[in-house]
Design a protein around this ligand. Sequence first.
Ligand SMILES: NC(=O)C1=CN([C@@H]2O[C@H](COP(=O)(O)OP(=O)(O)OC[C@H]3O[C@@H](n4cnc5c(N)ncnc54)[C@H](OP(=O)(O)O)[C@@H]3O)[C@@H](O)[C@H]2O)C=CC1
Ligand SMILES: O=C(O)CCC(=O)C(=O)O
Length: 480
Amino acid sequence: MAETLELSHWINGEKVGGDRPAESLNPSDTRDVVARTPDGSESDVDAAVQAARDAFPAWSQASPEVRSDILDRASNLLMERREAVGRLLSREEGKTLPEGIGETMRAARILKYFAGEALRLHGQNLPSVRPGVEIQTYRQAVGVYGLITPWNFPIAIPAWKAAPALAFGNTVVLKPAGPTPATAEALVAILHEAGLPKGVLNMVIGRGRVGQAIVDHPGVDGVSFTGSQGVGAGVAAGAVKRQARVQLEMGGKNPLIVMDDADLDRAVAVALDGSFFATGQRCTASSRLIVQDGIHDRFVEALAEKVKGLKVGDALDSTTNIGPAVSEDQRETSYRYIDVAREEGGRIVTGGGRLNLDKPGWYVEPTLIADTHATSRINREEVFGPVASTIRVKSFEEALEIANGVEFGLSAGIVTQSLKHAREFQRLAKAGMTMVNLPTAGVDYHVPFGGTKASSYGPREQGFAAQEFFTLTKTSYSAS
Ligand SMILES: NC(=O)C1=CN([C@@H]2O[C@H](COP(=O)(O)OP(=O)(O)OC[C@H]3O[C@@H](n4cnc5c(N)ncnc54)[C@H](OP(=O)(O)O)[C@@H]3O)[C@@H](O)[C@H]2O)C=CC1
Ligand SMILES: O=C(O)CCC(=O)C(=O)O
């Protein structure tokens, strides 16, 4: 077994919290304890917020070059250590090693992107409607941000929330997800090694009550959250009650439409990636495959063949295609939804059974379910596992109506060779992100990310859009 890490909170640049009652386990082999951690309390959050408030004046007034250089150094360190950090990520979260290293590189590139953005805070000069008056708008740091992050992208999501917050001069209190504290800690440690002053980035490890304490803390000016819809609703209510800024990224029930004119191999490759890679644990995963009549049977048969060929196993084994679910809860959620789909009349084309591997891990058999109805629970509720269902349709119009007919609207895809259908889909899909001949999951890091309806709330994350949430626009009038 690999070494068990002894983690601490990071408060005011120090590692604190010697008592470690909690553990994160390796989902590929639950005998392996990845980390022992403290279980944070309201007073830990209090100390972290105070440190962040004390650090804010100097950090927000530092030259943007200082902030840029630190993010750039952290990016370089993360790139150099991508193998070790990626391995830790895969060991703790369960995605395969190439996925773990890929996500680590994504986090490094996010840090580098925001190292540049620190120098690109734009303002405007405008004429006033009054003679002799000039107007300037410019962006300023806001204060302390609370970042509450999930386990499914345990380094990329902390990076894409923390990097813009820090780049624009804010200070941070981060609460990583319960199952993946060690991966988040690796990012926090590297940022400190890169020269982050004490108190600028704090991390409190612990369960939901730590997140709640951040949301309720009067010293926190804004909260950025990614996770479930239920918890997100409470985060928003708590933040709005005390007029804090809030940004939420939550679930998806992302459709992938496959039209009769699609290239079959392309459609299968796009569906396989979107539905099953990263164990289906992506808010952008394609969980509804909406397939036109003329290609339906060929598509289902060809996709089933590919799904059968996926090797489920230990995330760190180089022959593994699909790692385990992150937790027993997530595994059981997948199996519960497979049962629901069966009861609703769905046909299990492949998968659906319990896996008995040579290790105690939370493995799920990748499962394809055909002949499901658009209004079934399997097609309305987020599963967050390697499970996809198909819905047969007659026309583009029917496919679009079904695609748009759920409460979520994060990502939506179509596979087609028709320019007309592709363009119409891009225009009419009720989703924050549309994909033509590409998987619904797997997005770039330098462009806006977010959804519509119940998927997102508040300003967009990532890329140039991140300025909106992490800065305050000031309008200055002057007369000579
Ligand atoms: N949009 C996305 O990318 C994600 C969606 N999900 C969805 O959520 C489902 C459940 O996953 P789960 O991990 O339980 O997601 P949660 O929404 O419970 O967790 C997300 C984050 O919120 C924290 N949290 C929990 N309770 C509170 C609270 N009351 N106030 C503030 N923060 C809180 C969690 O801490 P802790 O982990 O310690 O409980 C975690 O850091 C998944 O099956 C999936 O459907 C999950 C992850 C990511
Ligand atoms: O698909 C992606 O690249 C991002 C997915 C994501 O942000 C999530 O699942 O939380």
